[in-house]
Write a new protein. Structure first.
Ligand SMILES: Cc1ncc(C[n+]2csc(CCOP(=O)(O)OP(=O)(O)O)c2C)c(N)n1
Ligand SMILES: Cc1ncc(C[n+]2csc(CCOP(=O)(O)OP(=O)(O)O)c2C)c(N)n1
Ligand SMILES: [Mg+2]
Ligand SMILES: [Mg+2]
Lengths: 392, 324, 324, 392
């Protein structure tokens, strides 16, 4: 192999193609672009984006009311999530980070489950039998390796699925993400590495996350495909993911997709973005909003009206109301406060069983379940993940 | 100003601030430590005061944060790295154990790694998964490291000052549950606390409680009103551990309860039992007891109160050890 | 064939081989496990027999090896990853603690991670720096994991078979010092040993030694010829730990010595003391003792014999605990 | 910043220039190349390569005789190591992995120290005061981060040094190496990341280490420079390192240099390469040997003769003999077997001091120092790092 000799080489050139885009900010198709899907399908996916956004907004309110705990909104990133998942099927594994409620909803996760999780109940992330969905992964980046393993398992089983994993611009700095892409390259386990570059990792701007001009080009290090898309353009995300999945299915080649988007809201409900970014920046992204853009497109094509929007919104609101009621009913149904003992290992050894008894005795009927049932304390608290007790 | 009562967040901030003024080699680095002032605001204001040469928002990579700090320290700087939550120090352990803890040994003392790794630790703030871990054991069990955990503003201030003058890597766990829950008077330009010294948080004669971090406050609350004279030893320095203080207290009381948040099996309670066996065994009047996190993963927020040692469990152990 | 006495390396190889035949989902992955058969030859011959779909030489990245295995396991495979030396599992801990150990809890049992992480562990082979670590504590202290350490060929065979049928992640430490130092009869197509059960390596009445891994052999050698009847409990399963076996032995003998290679402070000896305090305290006739690695980094080869517990130190502890 | 908008982009192109080479395998300058150094300098560096090779060979013999422990030979990689270090100065930090004896010797590490380390004495890696040399780093890849920190410390002190870190093709898969390059890119801390691609990571060939065509291109992921050189060509290595250092000093830009070379010997003294690679492959690299190539070059230029070679070799052999004698004298001087207590932390606490006393009492005069003094046992032992006890 010439690589392994010391013979001179020609040099190497790597290209990241121009950022893929179908729709401009006004929702008009850019020069010559053909929509990658029918109007009916576009309407359907638009509906999913709206559903995710309204749900997200409702979670924010519930959090402010102390009815759920900390969560990470997907506000502004709906096109990345719905567009990519719509290009895949149930045979494909979905591996989220922690900001993929829109993707999870599209996949069929019950709103009730997402709410229960946000209320602090593991029951909310129980995976339905057969579903190829991983739960939220909090430690940044680690889930990338799981996607490689899942894709590998499918390959071993001659199962035509691929895996998609989400992570952020911040996560792209974690060694495990590089290692996972490198494994996928060598093992030819087809994975779509979907980086939602939303410009921020909490308070850290993209600019100081890496000196590379794009995140897409990090694919070069692993010998996989890299591509950048307008992440606020549902069509671009859809088309790029579809192509990546096809290439993956047929050849085992993985793709890193960088979706350029923006986290329009808080990092999590306990974060205050005004400390680190400007109103001007936030405003600039309002007009690039992925949901509005699609609405303009559909309206211009005459397949969407305000009336339909109203009907959609009331359907979604009713669905949410129902889900909140169900989740709160679960919360109020006296779930076992000691359930963590039951899912530590498959076979509880005597010493752990004994601890469970001790724990039961220590509770002696006291109500200790908290979270959704506790009152939210307001205050100067600035944790990104929880709530600090305040001294008098 | 020194009379003012401040929180632990403010106290650590003050210690960092004063040490940065005193020692120009001190640098802060980590995720969101600069513009944001840290997700808990511990480093707030320091970027504005010391500039972005000395307070640096880094890329999101814990092992590199720790590993780059090792290089900075060998190169003559005194880095303080923040790991956003102690659970994510797992990513940094691959630098801390093989390198931070071993450079002195590896080079017979010719190259050393005086750096501080700060991390909020423990539960109790209704946080997301993986933000409530108590992982002190693996650091305490790694020779070559100094591991500290204050229990309130005053000790946080004094220990951080000590950490910034230590000659070896200091792992500095900040019990986030009490970040703002306690206010105390904290000196301005005060002295470091000694490393390796426990404090008697409350003197007593019947039972010794050895504990640290957020569990000091909880233990005090738990024993209030009990008809027993409880001595509470606030360990502060987990390694080196104040062996003599533990032994002296148990020799006096004859009874020991250890309280910690970390899971029971393999937790530091056993180490403290061992120290007692070594030097106070014959003074024991009852079996030693421990009140700990259960041997399960730390649950999501709804169940965290069922997981963490609470005042009931602590009081019950104290009562039981008196009866035994 | 079954009558033939084989080494631990051969015994583990046999267990892997038989399980790969029995269960087509078993896959081996790691650095140099394929063509080379592992740097200690534990996986020798398996690539030739099962092909490179099932025995895979991976890139050099421990966290990815463990993390990819998590995905494989969730996806229905049963991966066995080799980490070349337990010291380098630090790199993998960022996957093992947050993911391997927690998926069952995270999903209420709907997604689980039945995988095995094998690693040669401990000292005694005159190795390079960082190749002699004993880091079992951090795994034992992580709820959700099963942690095993055999002491010889027979137990290695039986425990590896158990590991490959377990429903959760098994951390499998192989005491490399005895990889080839002991030969025993090992069954062909034999049964798994039960997880969570210790064995009485030697029965006795005066003193209990609790130990595991390479220190079982060393302890046997140490007490040979002593005028004391020593019972040696070979723990085998570090988590779950055979609480009852420890308690029963100490109730009988009234005296305990724990022997382990890992550093003293924060080592598992303390945990064993705690178990005794819980259920056999009043049977103790002397303070419990421990013989451990010192609280220093594991030295380079010239000094390793001064670091590791040796027969002298073990014998001295047994003698002392009889006098106390 | 355009990167942070969703505006379309032109696409991106990244180039890795052709592999740099000055000398062909016969030691002749390739078309038009000018030697980057004087003949006198070339003779001097050639001397360093020969010195390293003879020393390496002697270590192998000492190991076979049981006089030292396991070590990792630099056999075949002398041009990478001497060529790069010769382009730097004492103000620059040298951060080795574990196979850089040739580089360390060039830097001035005493042979005696290297021998003491191989005998298992930490005393062998004590850094002389003021020397900017890190000791051997065994955990693969971790040292890359140290180089970034050292370069950063120098930058803070307005000190013009840069750092060079060595690692292998295998190490290039470790996340920490990527993370370190990414930090160097963002922080503009000048580091030369020198990857000695010697085709093997123990038994794992370069081909299955990564799917990237070159290791040099991994620089693209971090936004730093990447370049490939013929690592068996002293001139190419020298020129590339010199340029990288100059760019680093003046701009803070880091460079990843991939030196194409070959580990001609065993991975370590306990390894058996015949298990995993062919004689044919080994032979192919014999004719590309870096030391022979330089000798041919110098001979052809008339500045080197067999007589000079003989004189050089006897000087080196005498130096080695002297060093072995000194190291063995140290070993026999009764070094404290408990020295590990003294260098655990700066201030030994009472409990550690007590352990040291216990340890002293437990020794009670017994000789426990081993390593170089123990007899080597032969056998089927196949550990790459140590020696297994064998059952009867
Ligand atoms: C390993 C690890 N380090 C740090 C954190 C704390 N943390 C949570 S989210 C986050 C920023 C993530 O940024 P990015 O990857 O861009 O995702 P985004 O939040 O923008 O979706 C940080 C630092 C964590 N959860 N895990
Ligand atoms: C983190 C870590 N994993 C595994 C090892 C065991 N090991 C030592 S050297 C080596 C191969 C290194 O290959 P490469 O980086 O190409 O360097 P080379 O040996 O070829 O110089 C391995 C796997 C180690 N020392 N550290
Ligand atoms: Mg982001
Ligand atoms: Mg190599």
């Amino acid at each position: 192999m010439s690589k392994e000799s010391t013979e001179p080489q020609e040099g190497w050139v790597f290209e990241i193609p121009p950022r893929l885009r179908f729709l401009d900010e006004e929702g008009a198709l850019v020069g010559g672009a053909e929509p990658p899907m029918s109007d009916a399908k576009a309407v359907e996916l638009y509906g999913h984006m709206v559903r995710a956004r309204i749900f997200d907004d409702r979670l924010l309110k519930l959090q402010r009311q102390g009815r759920i705990g900390t969560f990470a909104p997907s506000f502004g990133q709906e096109a990345c999530q719905v567009g990519s998942m719509a290009a895949l099927g149930p045979q494909d594994w979905f591996v989220p980070a922690f900001r993929e409620a829109a993707a999870a909803l599209y996949r069929g996760a019950p709103m009730k489950s997402i709410l229960m999780y946000a209320m602090g109940f593991e029951e909310g992330s129980a995976t339905p039998p057969g579903a190829r969905d991983l739960p939220v992964s909090i430690p940044v980046g680690g889930q990338a390796a799981h996607a490689v393993g899942l894709a590998w398992a499918m390959k071993r089983k001659k199962d035509k699925g691929i895996a998609i994993v989400f992570f952020g611009d911040g996560a792209s700095s974690e060694g495990i993400v590089y290692e996972s892409m490198n494994f996928a390259g060598v093992l030819r386990t087809p994975v779509v590495f979907f980086c939602q570059n939303n410009q921020w990792a909490i308070s850290t701007p993209r600019r100081i996350q890496t000196a590379s001009e794009t995140i897409a080009q990090k694919a070069v290090a692993a010998g996989i495909r890299g591509i950048q898309v307008d992440g606020n353009d549902l069509f671009a995300v859809y088309a790029a993911t579809k192509e990546a999945a096809e290439i993956g299915r047929s050849s085992g080649m993985s793709t890193l997709i960088e979706g350029i988007t923006f986290r329009r809201g808080v990092h999590t409900t306990a974060d205050d973005p005004s400390v680190y970014r400007t109103k001007a920046e936030e405003d600039a992204w309002v007009k690039r909003d992925p949901v509005d853009r699609m609405r303009k497109y559909l309206t211009a094509r005459g397949v969407w009206s305000d009336k339909e929007q109203d009907a959609l919104e009331s359907r979604i609101n009713a669905e949410i109301q129902q889900a909140v009621a169900e989740a709160e009913a679960f919360r109020d149904s006296d779930p076992d406060p000691l359930a963590m003992f039951d899912h530590t290992v498959a076979e509880m050894d005597p010493y752990l069983a004994r601890q469970k008894e001790e724990a039961r005795a220590a509770l002696s009927g006291r109500a200790v379940l908290q979270g959704a049932t506790a009152q939210k304390k307001q205050g100067g608290s600035s944790s990104v993940v929880g709530e600090l007790q305040e001294a008098e | 100003m020194s009379g003012e009562r401040i929180t632990m967040v403010q106290a650590i901030n003050r210690a960092l601030d004063e040490e940065m003024t005193r020692d120009p080699s001190v640098m802060l680095l980590g995720e969101d430590v600069g513009v944001d002032g840290g997700v808990f605001r511990v480093t707030q204001g320091l970027l504005a005061k010391y500039g972005n040469d000395r307070v640096i928002d880094t890329p999101l990579a814990e092992s590199a944060i720790a590993g780059v700090a090792v290089g900075l320290a060998i190169g003559g700087m005194r880095p303080v790295c923040e790991i956003q939550f102690s659970g994510f120090m797992n990513y940094a352990f691959e630098q801390i154990q093989p390198h931070s803890s071993r450079f002195r040994q590896r080079t017979c003392g010719s190259l050393t790694v005086p750096m501080v790794v700060r991390a909020p630790s423990g539960g109790g703030i209704r946080a997301l998964e993986h933000h409530s871990e108590s992982e002190e054991v693996m650091y305490v069990h790694t020779p070559g490291l100094i591991t500290l955990m204050p229990s309130g503003p005053r000790t946080a201030y004094g220990l951080m000052k000590a950490a910034l003058r230590a000659k070896d890597t200091v792992i500095f766990f900040e019990p986030k549950y009490v970040y703002r829950a306690i206010k105390e008077e904290v000196p301005v330009n005060g002295d470091p606390l000694p490393i390796g010294k426990a404090e008697i948080a409350q003197a007593g004669t019947d039972v010794t409680i050895v504990t640290w971090g957020a569990m000091v406050k909880r233990s005090k609350e738990a024993v209030k009103g009990l008809p027993v004279s409880v001595e509470i030893v606030d360990l502060l320095s987990l390694n080196p551990m104040d062996h003599d203080a533990i032994v002296a207290s148990v020799r006096k009381t004859g009874r020991l309860v250890v309280v910690h948040e970390a899971p029971r099996t393999g937790g530091l309670a056993g180490e403290i039992y061992a120290r007692v066996c070594e030097d106070a065994f014959y003074h024991l009047r009852a079996p030693m007891m421990r009140v700990c996190g259960w041997d399960t993963p730390f649950p999501l927020l709804a169940r965290e109160a069922a997981y963490l040692p609470d005042t009931n469990r602590i009081a019950a152990a104290v009562t039981k050890v008196m009866r035994d």
